[in-house]
Design a protein around this ligand. Structure first.
Ligand SMILES: *[C@@H]1O[C@H](CO)[C@@H](O)[C@H](O)[C@H]1NC(C)=O
Length: 404
């Protein structure tokens, strides 16, 4: 019966029913395929458009493309994109740039420049509440530092540079990219930068515990939260960071401004050295250097007065002063102390020379270190702060000696 119905001729060109049905079905399939293609193209265009403008969108893209990976892997990718890591210094089998080409492409479309990204003034203004006074977390020789929150909720430190040489954007970019590529667990990571008109800003990873100076000399109560072990962790990490600048890079980097306010701490007291590379970036314009040296008077190596040059031996001297500061809890120069104790290095050397070494150890530590422990560190201090630049230790040796 049914066969008879299908074979019946219809009014349309005299074709049988089954032929008409077949034609209708193939038309329907063709329409569906075309519609799907159109929709997919539109979706792709939308993603592309969004990623060019909105920073937080790379999170969506990473999530879109990792259906096989599972939540953990998505997290890793997002984290790396946010920080602009170059896959250096992970060493934990984490997913690096090389493997995740999709996120690399996404990052490139976002104005990513290899290690970090470019920010507009408007973006950083929004992140820091219009550079509000309430968001100021530091004021160094190079400029004011603000706490900022990016649209993806990551927290950063935005340094608004004061003394920029007024160099062209291109020149600034080249210098900043050199700094941005330097990555080590004991160096503060650069997340990106901003160069717009006369404005020059650097965007760094945010460090929860602020700087070491605050913890050593700030108002922390009668008992210092910095135990001997924490102080040693800070000293060793800092030494490793500087050793990397001196011995792990080509060309090597002389920091030129090592001091406690340039040692930043995360919430587990891991230290990271900040402001490296800035001496070069911001030029050696003479008035500038003078101001800065005056500012960090207590740390500068004696030969600087004669030569006006700072090399890695002078960094070692500054590290020696910093180490004295860490174990004694005293400022490098403190005019509130009796005349013989104003200059930390002079006082420290005098105390050790007259066999009163144990008295240089900060009394505000609840548990004092063993004599063996403090003697070893005292020796490192003296061998860093030697007046003769040639006799000073190298940073790599210092790491070994401190680690014992
Ligand atoms: C650094 O300069 C001083 C002289 O200013 C010199 O004695 C010392 O050897 C130099 N250090 C290095 C590592 O070149």
């Amino acid at each position: 019966m049914a066969g008879g119905f299908l074979a019946e001729k219809t009014g349309v060109l005299g074709l049988p029913v089954y032929v008409l049905l077949a034609i209708a079905a193939s038309l329907l399939v063709a329409c569906v395929i075309l519609a799907l293609r159109f929709l997919r193209r539109r979706a792709a265009a939308r993603v592309k458009h969004a990623s060019g403008l909105i920073p937080s969108s790379n999170k969506e893209i990473a999530a879109d493309r990792a259906p096989e990976g599972g939540a953990g892997e998505v997290e890793v990718e997002v984290e790396e994109e946010k920080k602009g890591l170059v896959g250096v210094d992970k060493g934990n089998g984490g997913k690096g740039w090389g493997e995740s080409s999709s996120s690399l492409e996404a990052a490139e479309r976002m104005g990513n420049i290899g290690w970090g990204r470019w920010y507009s003034v408007a973006e950083l203004e929004a992140a820091t509440g219009g550079f509000s006074a309430g968001n100021v977390i530091g004021e160094g020789g190079y400029g004011v530092v603000y706490r900022g929150v990016l649209p993806d909720l990551s927290v950063v430190a935005v340094k608004n540079l004061l003394n920029n040489k007024g160099q062209a954007e291109e020149e600034f970019k080249v210098e900043v990219e050199a700094i941005g590529k330097v990555r080590h667990k004991n160096l503060v990571g650069l997340v990106g930068y901003c160069a717009e008109g006369a404005k020059r800003m650097l965007v760094y990873e945010y460090m929860d515990n602020g700087n070491l100076e605050r913890w050593l000399h700030g108002d922390v109560g009668l008992v210092s939260p910095l135990t001997w072990d924490i102080r040693m962790k800070i000293a060793i990490g800092t030494a490793k960071g500087i050793a990397y600048l001196h011995e792990g890079l080509e060309p090597k980097v002389v920091h030129r401004d090592i001091k406690s306010s340039n040692i930043l701490l995360d919430k587990h007291w891991n230290p990271k050295v900040s402001d490296f590379g800035l001496a070069k970036l911001l030029g050696t314009d003479s008035s500038f250097v003078t101001t800065r040296v005056m500012g960090t008077f207590g740390y500068v190596a004696p030969e600087y007065a004669c030569t006006g040059m700072l090399n890695e031996s002078s960094d070692v001297y500054s590290f020696g002063v910093l180490l004295m500061e860490i174990i004694s809890g005293r400022c490098p120069v403190d005019y509130s102390r009796p005349p013989g104790e104003v200059n930390l290095v002079t006082w420290f050397k005098g105390m050790v020379g007259s066999r009163h070494g144990e008295e240089v150890v900060d009394p505000s530590m609840e548990i004092q270190p063993s004599p063996r422990a403090w003697k070893r560190v005292l020796l490192v201090c003296l061998r860093c702060a030697d007046l003769d630049a040639e006799k000073r230790l190298k940073m790599g040796q210092i790491v070994h000696m401190l680690e014992g």
